[in-house]
Design a protein. Structure first.
Length: 158
């Protein structure tokens, strides 16, 4: 039985083609999720909450093996400074558990979404489905359209 949640219902309502992948319910990182699904780790993206001054946080969607480049992201957003919240702060800001934070689950919640340019190497990528234990495979174009995302070089090697 496939997991159904607000994200899958949202995608179904908009007739977006996607594949839902069930994962173990414990918190997995993007690289562990890639191993579980037997796909390249660079194709599994994680959503990182980023705090900026006086504005709603940003959701940075970056490849699993990489990390957010805070200086590049600040420059891209024309901000002086951005920083990472604690895991707990990210959960409070989004209302989602770490490991389940997804731009698709936060549509119309006021978060700006920035997808790392590395996503453009792939026709489809994998992102969290809005809860632990669920990843969604969908086209980069659909993700960008649905979330009104901007694409930029905002990640770096760990």
């Amino acid at each position: 039985m496939t997991i159904t949640n607000n994200v899958t219902r949202f995608l179904d309502a908009r007739r977006v083609k996607y594949v839902a992948h069930e994962l173990p319910p414990e918190k997995l990182g993007a690289v562990e999720a890639a191993l579980f699904m037997d796909v390249p780790p660079e194709q599994v993206f994680k959503t990182i909450v980023i705090i900026r001054e006086k504005k709603k946080p940003v959701l940075a969607v970056v490849p699993g093996p990489r990390t957010v480049d805070l200086k590049q992201l600040a420059f891209f957003l024309a901000e002086k400074k951005v920083h990472l919240p604690t895991e707990r702060e990210a959960e409070v800001l989004t209302g989602l558990l770490a490991g389940g934070i997804s731009p698709l689950a936060l549509i119309n919640k006021g978060f700006q979404v920035v997808v790392d340019a590395a996503a453009q190497k792939f026709e489809q990528i994998y992102i969290s489905g809005g809860q632990r234990g669920l990843d969604i495979q969908l086209s980069v174009d659909d993700l960008v359209k649905l979330t009104n995302a901007r694409i930029g070089n905002v990640s770096k090697e760990k």
